[in-house]
Design a protein around this ligand. Structure first.
Ligand SMILES: CC(C)(COP(=O)(O)OP(=O)(O)OC[C@H]1O[C@@H](n2cnc3c(N)ncnc32)[C@H](O)[C@@H]1OP(=O)(O)O)[C@@H](O)C(=O)NCCC(=O)NCCS
Length: 147
């Protein structure tokens, strides 16, 4: 991260990290689906520690689960102090990406088949987040209808 990425406090701007997460999540979703994808939602973004100018960022993304046309992609951001070698987990994000066909309509994607306990945990937790999201949406819609 260079000074062009800094905010007025001198650390790396959160928006720069959001942008990287979106880009990397998109690549993971394209690899999984084989189609082009759009970001439907960024469901969660945590900033656990500041990222400093001079840090080397590593951004990794995994497709945690896939449903009909959407996928949850988990992104982990780590910042390395290159001089000391110290690595800090600075952010985690969860994004919902939707695959689109050539006409721009949502298209079906392959399911994720977890093979390791870690992948099973990720898929289970992705399902919890999706259920919560859908539950929240239904509650808000029914609240508005009854206004
Ligand atoms: C994402 C998008 C394609 C969904 O279109 P839609 O008409 O709602 O399509 P559908 O109702 O068929 O839903 C398609 C999938 O998107 C999911 N989805 C739609 N809106 C969502 C939202 N707000 N949050 C999470 N998932 C959402 C649905 O759950 C569904 O998933 P599933 O098929 O796996 O069950 C459409 O809203 C869109 O094009 N948004 C703009 C995306 C974009 O430009 N992103 C870049 C931001 S600048």
């Amino acid at each position: 991260m260079g000074i062009a990425e800094a905010n007025t406090a001198g650390n790396v701007h959160g928006g720069v990290i959001l942008h990287l997460c979106d880009e990397v999540a998109g690549i993971a979703a394209v690899r999984h689906s084989g189609g082009r994808v759009v970001t439907a939602a960024m469901d969660r973004m945590t900033f656990l520690h500041p990222v400093y100018v001079g840090n080397l960022l590593t951004v990794r993304a995994t497709v945690n689960a896939a449903w009909r046309t959407s996928m949850e992609v988990g992104v982990r951001v780590e910042a390395e102090n290159v001089r000391s070698g110290e690595v800090t987990h600075t952010s985690t994000a969860y994004l919902t990406m939707v695959a689109l066909d050539d006409e721009g309509r949502p298209m079906e994607v392959p399911l994720v088949r977890p093979e390791t306990p870690e992948e099973e945990r990720r898929a289970r937790e992705a399902q919890v987040r999706r259920d919560n999201r859908l539950h929240e949406r239904r509650s808000i819609e029914s609240g508005r209808r009854s206004e």
